[in-house]
Design a protein. Structure first.
Length: 82
């Protein structure tokens, strides 16, 4: 497993929490938010499925600012592929 030194910050974790509680958030936004929250106190890495959901959220023009913040945090914690 790849070593991850990144963690979800307080602001991104708050955004992820708001996204999960939002009734209007999409399934991919909630998936990305859940991944971001799961990584807030650990060094877990983002799975390919969560990374894909985060990417969809970032490309969605209707996604909220909080959802995009959580998705960005999730993508930051992807393992580096070299």
């Amino acid at each position: 497993m790849a070593k991850n030194t990144e963690r979800t910050g307080k602001r991104a974790a708050s955004s992820a929490s708001k996204t999960l509680r939002s009734p209007s958030a999409t399934k991919s936004a909630k998936s990305a938010a859940g991944s971001a929250l799961a990584q807030s106190r650990t060094t877990k890495v983002t799975s390919a499925r969560a990374a894909s959901a985060a990417s969809k959220t970032l490309r969605n023009p209707n996604a909220s600012k909080t959802a995009k913040s959580a998705a960005g945090s999730t993508l930051t914690q992807c393992p580096n592929k070299k």
